[in-house]
Design a protein. Structure first.
Ligand code: HEM
Ligand code: HEM
Length: 184
């Protein structure tokens, strides 16, 4: 059998790994930027130098655009068929988990964007102003950003479990699950 027909297409693979990298960066930026680092410490300098708050907002919106494009690409070009050796209940669980990941990839940046619209904190890098989704309402921004953070932790928790399962398929069960996402 030609194994190559059974892999994710190159664009889907590129988008998958770009998403993983951006989510990791976004999560690290988010956690680092909200801490009260002692003035003059290395972390305080880095947060300031790289304007982590603004980078987090802009990168987060770029990630939202990337995920929308990724979903459109998937709708147009589909995904490889199921691997026959994987039991139906595990296929079902994987489909559910992937749907939850896609949902969180949309919900997390949307809640962030909604939060900074309510706050409002739309100006980035002392120049550009991001588009507002709603008019200002400070108490609403607190609620929305609270849920933004919870949803971000849920996304990263699920993604870590997902990656661990992919590695289990590769190194323990030795099937083609990970190879298909690596294009091998
Ligand atoms: C998938 C994309 C994103 C991820 C994974 C993410 C993750 C995070 C994390 C982990 C935190 C801080 C957690 C903590 O309190 O320790 C955070 C805070 C924050 N994020 Fe995001 N974020 C994303 C997208 C966005 C976007 C698109 C915006 C706005 C346009 C945004 C705006 C904010 C703001 C304003 C805070 C500070 C909240 C506060 O001060 O309580 N985020 N984010
Ligand atoms: C934030 C990090 C990640 C996110 C949000 C994410 C998300 C996703 C999503 C939504 C899919 C479904 C693709 C589709 O069929 O449309 C997928 C597939 C896949 N991911 Fe990830 N992923 C992440 C990280 C990783 C990592 C680190 C690994 C490997 C260690 C990995 C391995 C895979 C594999 C092997 C598939 C294909 C599964 C299959 O064919 O059933 N992912 N990922």
């Amino acid at each position: 059998m030609n194994r190559k027909v059974d892999v994710y297409n190159p664009l889907s693979r590129a988008l998958h790994w770009a998403t993983a990298l951006l989510v990791a960066l976004q999560f690290a930026f988010g956690v680092l930027m909200v801490r009260d680092w002692p003035e003059g410490s290395l972390w305080a300098t880095l947060v300031d130098r790289f304007q982590l708050y603004d980078s987090h907002k802009v990168l987060g919106l770029a990630l939202l655009a990337l995920v929308i494009f990724r979903l459109a690409n998937r709708a147009a070009r589909g995904a490889p068929g199921k691997l026959p050796e994987i039991p139906a209940w595990q296929q079902g669980a994987a489909t559910l988990a992937h749907a939850a990941l896609y949902l969180l990839l949309i919900v997390v940046p949307l809640l962030g964007w909604l939060g900074i619209s309510f706050y409002p904190a739309l100006k980035v890098f002392d120049s550009a102003v991001l588009p507002a989704l709603v008019s200002p309402n400070r108490p609403a921004s607190e609620v929305v950003l609270f849920w933004h953070v919870w949803a971000a932790f849920a996304l990263v928790g699920l993604a870590v479990a997902h990656a661990a399962i992919a590695l289990h398929h590769h190194f323990v069960r030795r099937d083609r699950t990970l190879d298909r996402m690596l294009g091998r």
